[in-house]
Design a protein. Structure first.
Lengths: 294, 380
């Protein structure tokens, strides 16, 4: 488990991070969302150790992170880049060895990973000779080539083609399934919503919300329900304790004052005809985000 | 609490199977970075070509020096009759017999000989010299009687030779430091410009990255210097300039030692100043203060190689000592302890410069965009 506690950071007179704290659980995919300039990259740089915080600490299973621990991290910076005039394979072997792998293990991991990412035949090409999409894949390989035990990825999906997005998704899920804490930032809220177990929302350098996706959804949910029937749903307007937000033929969205009121609507609907679906309408990440950031 | 990687307990429900990591030590990281730098240099055509040219120049200057010193050994003169006995006793003259004075004059006119020596009764030496358009000084000197000369304080080396040697050291230092200095500067900015530096920084300590880059480039620069020194030494031995080699040898040896440490200092400065900019176009401007440091000893040694005071100062100023001290050693004006003292001074300065440079380097690497000011770079 990775624990970030009380991080403050300023540049000149500008306070970039204020008391930032959250945890990235083992085996949990944690999405880190926030607007541009909210402090995502700075936070990730502090976790990975390329920036130092003014105060606060980063703990791994309860003890402060050491440089040795950081070598077991896989990090993908927001600003992508590899040596343009170095061969793809050699470059990955080099990075793996910097992380402490033996030459043989570095070579093996490089070959495996390039194969999985569909770059097997490009190992001998210079990075600058690759297409943009393939350069992105090589970048992903650079973050994973040393079998990292923790992943910190800054906007891993930006600039990826849909196929590469799926490849990255698969890899991230594998790492999380193997017990690795995975932290990634993204602008693509729908993607984060689909992927994440946990969410951290940051705005203006402060953590505005964090916790499991389900808990956040519950926390920000309103007593709103959605129902789909095959009869006209106009009668609902007359039910006590019910406010219909919108309806279209047999489908309606309503707010209920109490559970009893919503159940009453369901019973009534069943007596009038078939009910295809009935459910508590939970907020989307986009709406939660909008709410906490304001 | 233990921070040992091997002993950290993972939560029991999520066992980790990967065991390939053994955190490499500081120096193995340094060496990995240095090896990459060396490999990148060795694959660069520009590097191989410029090294080839430098080595050819070194060989060429030794061979040219050998030819120049071998040339004046023997001058051909035509001799007539009894003059051959006089010429036979003189050093550096080769006699070509002529039947008559007229034949000898003809040989002078067509350039077969430099001069003719003919019998002359009215001369004190019994011969007179016939030449074409000017008095042939080498022939006259060879035939002259000179008084013996006793020098009270003989100069170890002749003036022109000193000039050549001084320029030689100055030029080799200047070229190598500038070439490899700008190479390391470009390599620093390349990492910054292509953003790969953030991955590197997240992997190994910044000090290891800087040390590796300095070490790799220093090894290449030093290798080039040693190759030049060896070529010059072998060239001198082969072309029969063993006397000069014996005089020059210690100076070349000290030059190599001073260069090794002096270059580490310059390379750190090049890396630090280059890290303050984000684009290759700005490298020249950013590193120009260091380039001046490299140029000063070169021009100083050209203009002041006969000025003991300036050479004395140069031999102790850390960035000029790699040129100043070897020249003084060659001149024989340095006491045995002087190179050691100067070297100690250089080592201390180099250590200080590395600390200063790594601070700038560390604080500048992640600042993209405009040029980082010294104030920002030093404050962090």
């Amino acid at each position: 488990m990775l624990e970030i506690r009380g991080i403050n950071k300023h540049y000149g007179a500008h306070q970039v991070l204020t008391d930032v704290g959250f945890t990235v659980g083992s085996g949990r995919m944690t999405g880190f969302v926030g607007a541009n300039g909210a402090g995502k990259t700075t936070t990730m740089r502090i976790i990975i150790g390329v920036l130092s915080a003014d105060s606060g600490e980063v703990l791994l299973d309860g003890t402060p992170l050491t440089d040795g621990d950081r070598r077991r991290f896989g990090y993908m910076p927001e600003e992508r880049g590899l040596y343009p005039k170095m061969k793809v394979g050699e470059q990955l072997v080099y990075l793996a060895r910097l992380h402490g792998l033996s030459p043989a293990a570095a070579k093996r991991n490089t070959d495996d990973l390039l194969e999985r990412l569909g770059l097997g035949e490009r190992a001998g090409d210079l990075v600058e000779a690759l297409s943009l999409g393939n350069q992105q894949r090589a970048q992903i390989a650079a973050a994973l080539v040393h079998d990292p035990e923790f992943l910190v990825l800054d906007e891993p999906f930006s600039g990826l083609d849909p196929i590469a997005v799926e490849v990255v998704l698969t890899v991230l899920k594998e790492h999380a399934a193997a017990g690795a804490p995975v932290l990634f930032s993204s602008h693509q809220l729908d993607l984060v919503e689909r992927l994440c177990d946990d969410l951290v929302i940051i705005a203006a350098g402060e953590i505005r919300a964090n916790g499991s996706r389900e808990r956040l959804r519950d926390q920000f949910s309103t007593p709103r329900f959605e129902i789909s029937t095959d009869a006209d749903a106009g009668w609902m307007r007359a039910v006590d304790g019910i406010t219909v937000i919108g309806f279209d033929g047999g489908e309606a969205v309503f707010e209920a004052d109490s559970d009893a009121a919503s159940q009453a609507v369901l019973r009534e609907a069943l007596s009038r005809g078939a009910v295809h679906s009935f459910g508590h309408l939970r907020p989307t990440l986009a709406s939660i985000f909008k709410e906490v950031v304001q | 609490m233990s921070t040992d990687i091997g002993s950290r307990q993972d939560s029991p429900t999520q066992p980790r199977t990967r065991a390939t990591h053994s955190a490499p030590g500081f120096w193995s990281s340094v060496w990995l970075v240095a090896s990459r730098e060396i490999t990148a240099r060795l694959r660069s055509k520009a590097f191989l070509i410029s090294t080839g040219i430098l080595l050819l120049l070194a060989i060429g200057s030794v061979v040219a020096g050998g030819l120049l010193s071998a040339n004046p050994s023997s001058t051909q003169v035509a001799v007539v009759g009894s003059a051959s006995a006089v010429v036979g006793q003189a050093d550096g003259l080769t006699a070509v017999s002529a039947d008559s004075v007229a034949d000898a004059e003809a040989l002078v006119r067509d350039g077969t000989v430099a001069a003719a020596v003919v019998p002359a009764d009215d001369s004190l030496l019994g011969v007179s010299v016939i030449a074409l358009d000017s008095a042939p000084m080498d022939v006259i000197n060879a035939l002259s009687v000179s008084p013996s000369v006793q020098l009270l304080d003989p100069a170890a080396q002749g003036g022109f030779l000193v000039y050549l040697v001084a320029i030689g050291f100055g030029l080799v230092f200047f070229m190598s430091a500038l070439t490899f200095g700008s190479t390391i500067a470009q390599s620093v900015v390349e990492e910054k410009q292509t953003r790969v530096v953030e991955i590197l920084m997240s992997t190994i300590p910044v000090r290891a990255l800087l040390a590796g880059k300095v070490l790799g480039n220093s090894i290449m620069a030093f290798g080039q210097i040693v190759a030049i020194a060896l070529l010059v030494a072998i060239g001198m031995a082969v072309t029969g300039q063993r006397v000069l080699l014996a005089d020059l040898g210690p100076a070349i040896g000290w030059f190599a030692v001073f260069f090794a440490f002096g270059f580490v200092m310059l390379a750190s400065l090049y890396a630090a100043t280059a890290s303050m900019v984000s684009r290759q176009e700005d490298v020249g401007t950013a590193t120009s203060p260091v380039a001046y440091l490299v140029m000063i000893p070169y021009f100083a040694v050209i203009f002041f190689n006969d000025n003991p005071l300036v050479l004395g100062i140069m031999s102790y100023v850390p960035f000029a000592a790699p040129v100043g001290m070897p020249v003084r050693i060659f001149l024989g004006t340095a006491e045995w302890w002087e190179p050691l003292l100067s070297l100690a001074l250089l080592l201390v300065t180099t250590a200080g410069v590395i600390l200063f440079g790594s601070r700038i380097y560390r604080n500048s690497l992640l600042r993209m965009g405009g040029r980082v000011t010294y104030k920002q770079a030093l404050r962090g």
